[in-house]
Each structure stands twice: as C-alpha cells, then as structure tokens.
Design a protein around this ligand. Structure first.
Ligand code: SF4
Ligand code: FES
Length: 272
C-alpha cells in the first residue's frame, strides 16, 4: 500500500448563511452554519454534505437541497449563492462550483431560486414542475422516428445542427428564471422551441408547438423578457439570448401561418 503524502492544500473556514424553511407554507429565515477545515478542492455540494453530517450528529434537521448527477447535466442542483443562481462561476451549475472560488472567512449566502412559479418546498428545494408543464404543452415531436436512420439520410445543414445542439444543451435548471427581474422563462422556452424548429423532425408541429408553449408559459405566471440578459449570463450551458429573438420570430411566423393556411375539410369529417 502506498503511503498518502500529507495534503499541501491550505484548509480554511467559511460561514454558510442558509435559507431554512420547513415547508411551502411556513415562513423561512437565514441560519448561520460555521464550517471549518474546508478543502479548496471540495465541491460546494460536498461542503453541504459535511455540514449536514454535523447537523445530523447534533440531532438537527439537515439542510434540504436538490441534487442528482453532480456533474452539470441534470439541472436539479438549483440554488442561489451570494445572490447569483448557481454561484460565482460562469457556465457551470452549483454542483460544479468548488470551494476554491471562496476565501477564508467568507460568509456565503445560500438561498433557493426565487420566482413565483417556483414555490419553495423546503430549504433550498423549489418545485419547478412549471417547466414540465411547458414541455408537456409542446416540447416534443410526435412523428414516428422508427429505427435509427443511416447517417446523412436526412440532410441537416451543419450550422442548423450546431445551433440545435446548443439549444438542446438546456438542462432545465431554472437559473434563467431566478436571475430575471421579471422571472421570465423565455430563455428556457426559446431553447426548447429552437431545438425542434431548427431540425426537419420538428417541422410537423412547428407552429402548434411555439404557440402552445408560449401560452402555457404565460398562464403559469412567468414574466416577459425586457432584454436585460441576466438569463444568459447565469445559464450553466451558456445558452445565448439570441434564441429568444429566434423564438419571437417563430411565434410571429406561427401566427401568420396558422391564420392564412387553409385547414383540411377532412378534420371536420370530409367535404361531404
Ligand atoms: S436556459 Fe440555461 S439557465 Fe435556463 S433552464 Fe436552460 S440551462 Fe437552465
Ligand atoms: S446535480 Fe445535476 S446539474 Fe447539478
């Protein structure tokens, strides 16, 4: 067995100032938790694990926080750190934030995402089912895809494929909503609309999709976009606000297409 060399990392101390809220109906408040011997290479979620171990040993209810993949792909680890959704880094989720981003003696303020459409369930956990409802309204294709087609049998321009891939990288975390002063979901919806609108498979429901998803977004209480771009600044996947402009074009196009396209008599039982 190889002996472990002593770590040369300088350990430090921070205070976590965490939002504690028993459930959706109870009032919440900030509570301070000092954390000593913090290794700079710990992830932020690992520090929460360590703090929770201590709380559990003391018989105190541990801090509830959502997490799954811990590698920036599932979008569940949504919390606001020092006023910024997903914390101080750029293009990363909370789970990819490391303690080396902080300094000895820092007071780190940790809150749930704040938005009317994302009610707090407990501590740092919010209910983001509103995003699921928007997806269910139209964020899918219903064409039969069958077996995997041969490569290049459906020609897609490289530029469109790249853009669709960028849009499809949205992990549905909700940081865009939490960062926006209007709690707008337009970056999320724009990404979902665009990934389909750019590809041949998304064409059959192209108009129906954007109209339905935007209507659902409005119905669920998300705000409008006023071009402040906080959304793309905090997005862990660096999704560009240009997609919002694309969605707006898609929306106007869909209004025209649905207004001026004759509908088939077949839908009403044939020409009779
Ligand atoms: S657009 Fe970005 S910030 Fe918004 S839900 Fe998708 S990944 Fe998260
Ligand atoms: S835990 Fe999955 S993205 Fe952070």
């Amino acid at each position: 067995m190889v002996a472990q060399a002593p770590s040369s990392k300088k350990l430090f101390s921070v205070t976590l100032r965490v939002w504690r809220q028993a459930d959706a109906k109870s009032p919440g408040k900030f509570v301070d938790y000092p954390a000593a011997n913090v290794n700079p290479d710990m992830s932020f979620l690992e520090l929460l694990d360590v703090v929770n171990d201590d709380l559990t040993r003391q018989g105190v209810e541990p801090i509830a926080f959502a997490h799954d993949c811990r590698e920036g792909i599932c979008g569940t680890c949504s919390c606001t750190i020092n006023g910024k959704p997903h914390g101080p880094g750029k293009g990363i989720a909370t789970c990819q934030t490391y303690m080396r981003s902080f300094r000895d003696g820092d007071v780190i303020v940790v809150e749930p995402f704040r938005a009317k459409a994302f009610p707090v369930q407990k501590d740092l956990i919010t209910d983001r089912a509103a995003f699921d409802q928007i997806q269910q309204a139209g964020g899918f294709i219903s064409v039969r895809t069958g077996a995997a087609p041969d490569a290049n049998s459906i020609p897609v321009p490289k530029e469109d494929a790249d853009l669709a891939m960028d849009a499809a990288s949205c992990i549905g975390c909700g940081a865009c909503v939490a960062a926006c002063k209007n709690a707008s979901a337009m970056l999320f919806v724009a990404a979902k609309v665009s990934q389909f609108a750019l590809l041949p498979q998304g064409q059959p429901e192209r108009e129906k999709r954007v109209l339905a998803m935007v209507a659902k977004m409005d119905e669920l209480g998300f705000g409008n976009c006023t071009n402040q771009y906080e959304c793309s600044a905090v997005c862990p996947k660096l999704i560009s606000h240009d997609f919002i402009a694309r969605m707006n074009r898609e929306y106007v196009r869909a209004l025209f297409v649905t207004k001026f396209t004759p509908t088939s008599h077949a839908a009403a039982g044939g020409a009779g």
